[in-house]
Design a protein around this ligand. Structure first.
Ligand code: ATP
Ligand code: MN
Length: 471
């Protein structure tokens, strides 16, 4: 059995060992560095040139894959504890050095844009190896957290026929011929218009109203033509839903969950985070002072996990913004007044300038939020909450759901939602309705926070954005 490098580097010197990986470098006809993706560290292989065929030596090029057998010995060099002194080497897959020069495997600094264009190879770099190992650990931690807390994992449909949610522009799902707009949708595959889901929430609610605590974690699609560094057309969303719970339980859950995930990363992904932390510091040295982060990635993660999130109402947030310096100096692009949807410049001010920590905003105007959010007694606001993070903006959006049948029916009328389209949703309010709440966490927004990557395209293996669906 092949040993993974992550295990080999922890082993004591031993005589017979095998390893394989992709060559990162070959120096002085003596030192081969291989990486197998199991960890950020590469393994040093030392060869005596005279013991190997010249043809083999010639094929030890960066990018090639090899198998090695030898003994694990203490390393004489300073870079690593041990290395393999090779007795036998086999080339598994060659790599033509000339062609390789055109790729990002060429060992030199490449821009993130260039790395994105070569999404088929970028996972072989230290940077993306680190990002995607962390992504795996974060997925696992999400399931672990909910499992430990008695939540049930529910798979909600990816193809849906409900257009009630209003969370964003949808992608149509059809088998009708391209470009034929006059065909009756009754003849389409499902006998009605269908699209890719923008959220699993409505179905997650059905599950919570039967199983008590449920969550979804799946792909989500929004045809937002916004092209920002925080939006994808296809992203992954985590949506817990809890019965017998109100908005405060929902916020408590959100805060506890985020802190758990950040601590999990700090404990489980030490090596990769150390690499990302140092990389970010070096990158920022190139930036003008005012664009640099005040705190390093690791400091930001620890600050979030060690501090209580600030909780304020939307009304209070508006007051703070109205009295703020940038508002008085007319620096905000979007004017501030009660009733507006907070823009990212406003969120940024509250989180990064005013409170300098994560902020939870509750009780938003009913008019800017979805129909299913629970009406507050003031008649103007709903029990909605957003959790805003430094450098990210909105990371979680959630609410207590309207559990009162008549109030929900009224809301449907106000929002022009035909009740027959969501008859099943309304029925749960007729038979044993209970207060319940939930939220959506954008998995890639979380990934941006725990890796320090500033473009959402760099935390999902194969990003889908306007005009981009390669790989
Ligand atoms: P935003 O205002 O940032 O566009 P939203 O209010 O439309 O987000 P929600 O409908 O509340 O988002 O979705 C819940 C969470 O899903 C958000 O808090 C965010 O973390 C994430 N999210 C929403 N849209 C996207 C997207 N296009 N790409 C990646 N993540 C997203
Ligand atoms: Mn939201």
């Amino acid at each position: 059995m092949r040993n993974r490098i992550v295990d080999v580097i922890k082993m004591n010197p031993t005589k017979d060992i095998e390893a394989s990986g992709w060559i990162r470098s070959f120096r002085a006809n003596k030192f081969i560095s291989i990486n197998d993706g199991s960890c950020i560290s590469s393994l040093q292989i030392v060869i005596e040139q005279d013991n190997f065929d010249k043809t083999l030596i010639d094929e030890l090029n960066t990018g090639a894959s090899i198998w090695v057998k030898g003994s694990l010995i203490e390393s004489l060099g300073g870079g690593q504890k041990t290395e393999i002194s090779a007795n036998e080497i086999r080339i598994i897959g060659k790599a033509d050095p000339e062609e390789l020069q055109k790729t990002i495997l060429q060992p030199k600094k490449h821009s993130l844009e260039k790395l994105r264009e070569q999404g088929h190879l970028r996972m072989r770099t230290n940077l993306f190896g680190a990002v995607f190992r962390i992504r795996h650990h974060m997925s696992f931690a999400i399931h672990k957290y909910f499992n430990d807390k008695g939540f049930f994992y529910i798979n909600t449909p990816i193809i849906t026929g409900t257009d009630a949610e209003g969370a964003g522009e949808t992608f149509r799902v059809t088998t009708l011929p391209l470009g034929d707009k006059n065909i009756d949708l009754k003849n389409d595959f499902f006998g009605k218009p269908t699209h890719l889901t923008v959220s699993g929430q409505l179905e997650a609610e059905l599950a919570a109203l039967a199983l008590g605590k449920a969550y979804t974690f799946g792909p989500t699609f929004r045809a937002e033509n916004s092209n920002t560094t925080r939006h994808l057309a296809e992203f992954w969303m985590v949506e817990p839903e809890i019965a017998f719970a109100d908005i405060n339980d929902d916020i408590d859950l959100g805060e506890d969950f985020l802190k758990y995930l950040i601590n999990y990363a700090l404990e489980t992904c030490k090596e990769d985070l150390k690499f990302l932390n140092e990389r970010a510091i070096k990158e920022e040295e190139q930036l003008p002072k005012e664009k640099r982060n005040e705190h390093s990635l690791l400091e930001r993660m620890k600050m979030v996990s060690n501090n209580e999130f600030e909780r304020i109402t939307y009304t209070k947030a508006i007051e703070i913004l109205e009295r703020s310096k940038p508002n008085k100096k007319k620096k905000f692009k979007y004017p501030v007044e009660w009733g507006i949807d907070l823009q990212s410049e406003h969120e940024k001010f509250l989180v990064e300038k005013h409170f300098k920590k994560p902020v939870v905003i509750v009780d938003y105007p009913a008019s800017i939020k979805a129909f299913y959010m629970r009406q507050n007694d003031d008649g103007k606001t709903v029990a909605a909450m957003d959790i805003l993070f430094p450098g990210i903006g909105e990371i979680i959006g959630g609410s207590q759901r309207e559990e009162r049948h008549e109030v929900l029916q009224e809301k449907c009328k106000e929002f022009n939602i035909p009740q027959e389209a969501i008859w099943w949703y309304l029925e749960t309010r007729k038979f044993g309705t209970v207060p319940h709440a939930g939220f959506g966490l954008g998995f890639e927004r979380l990934m941006m926070f725990v890796t320090g990557m500033t473009n959402i395209r760099d935390v999902i293996p194969f990003p889908r954005t306007p005009n981009n669906a390669e790989f």
